[in-house]
Design a protein. Structure first.
Length: 297
């Protein structure tokens, strides 16, 4: 059986090679991993093979009679797999594969592993499928396209694209406890990095993180469907920092209990600080950060 490269096949069908690669990916026959295309088991069933060239390295070849556009085979393969690479997901939402993987990592659905990506338990629950390159052994993940409608993914996507209303949660009703807390403790304090904060204690923590050269966000919305915000978020370690203040206040006490339950429910990394830790942050924060795998100083 005569077989030709994907580029040659695209010329045979009078279409661009980019369009053909996209179509083969949508069919579930190839998957994008880093900068290379990998052949899937479904692609092998259609006659695809991986060949080696001294000049071009590895490349994929196909039967010359392979049916591409509008074929029943494409539909069957698509329905059978119904899974998509980060590159394919990115095409559907206007992001690169790198941005998609970074976003999914922040959501807690992926972890960086061996130059690739490893699925978490949360990612598995959403239908992600762990795969590994047959050539390099680098792990990657395929996703059911339905997860694009996940509320947490949509919120993070809109925030990344600059929809400030969605990013700040202005289009969603906050819990009564959160609204009561914000009314009672307005953001009238300013840190060195410009963050507007709700107490002098929060200023101390923000300034410490800033001077320790640790990138952080204030009142970061958790990557879940519930409307919950952390006090601080450290993206490099995916660590959520909570300062429990005013614990004798009924509003603060109830909010603390609700937040702790949410962190436990979703398995998010939580670093907890009390007012007693504020007297010696130089000891407390490095110790607690190291406990979660992050070195300070």
């Amino acid at each position: 059986m005569d077989k030709i490269s994907t580029t040659a096949l695209s010329k045979l069908h009078s279409m661009s090679s980019k369009a053909l690669f996209a179509q083969l990916e949508s069919a579930g026959w190839i998957v994008r991993l880093e900068k290379n295309w990998e052949l899937t088991p479904s692609g092998r069933e259609q006659g695809g093979e991986v060949r080696q060239s001294d000049k071009f390295g590895s490349y994929i070849v196909w039967p010359t009679q392979l049916k591409i556009e509008g074929s029943a085979a494409v539909v069957v393969a698509y329905e059978k797999e119904d899974l998509h690479s980060a590159a394919n997901v990115g095409q559907k939402v206007g992001l690169s594969a790198r941005q998609i993987n970074a976003l999914l990592s922040e959501l807690g659905w992926l972890n960086r592993y061996r130059k690739g990506w490893q699925l978490t338990e949360q990612g598995k629950a959403l239908g992600g499928l762990q795969k590994e390159s047959q050539k390099t052994g680098i792990p990657y993940v395929l996703w059911p396209i339905a997860f694009i409608q996940n509320l947490a993914f949509q919120r993070s996507l809109k925030a990344l694209k600059g929809d400030l209303g969605q990013a700040l949660g202005l289009n969603d009703p906050s819990s009564e406890e959160t609204r009561a807390y914000r009314r009672k403790f307005p953001a009238n304090f300013r840190a060195v990095d410009g963050h507007s904060l709700r107490s002098k204690a929060e200023v101390l923590i923000d300034n410490w993180l800033y001077l320790a050269d640790i990138a952080h966000a204030y009142e970061r919305r958790l990557p879940i469907e519930e409307d919950v915000y952390s006090t601080f978020y450290i993206p490099s370690g995916k660590i959520y920092v909570e300062l429990w203040e005013h614990e004798n206040d009924p509003v603060c006490k109830k909010l603390k209990q609700q937040k702790q339950q949410v962190y436990a429910k979703y398995g998010l990394t939580l670093l907890e600080l009390s007012e007693n830790d504020l007297a010696n942050l130089d000891d407390a924060l490095p110790r607690l950060l190291l406990k979660h795998g992050m070195e300070a100083y």
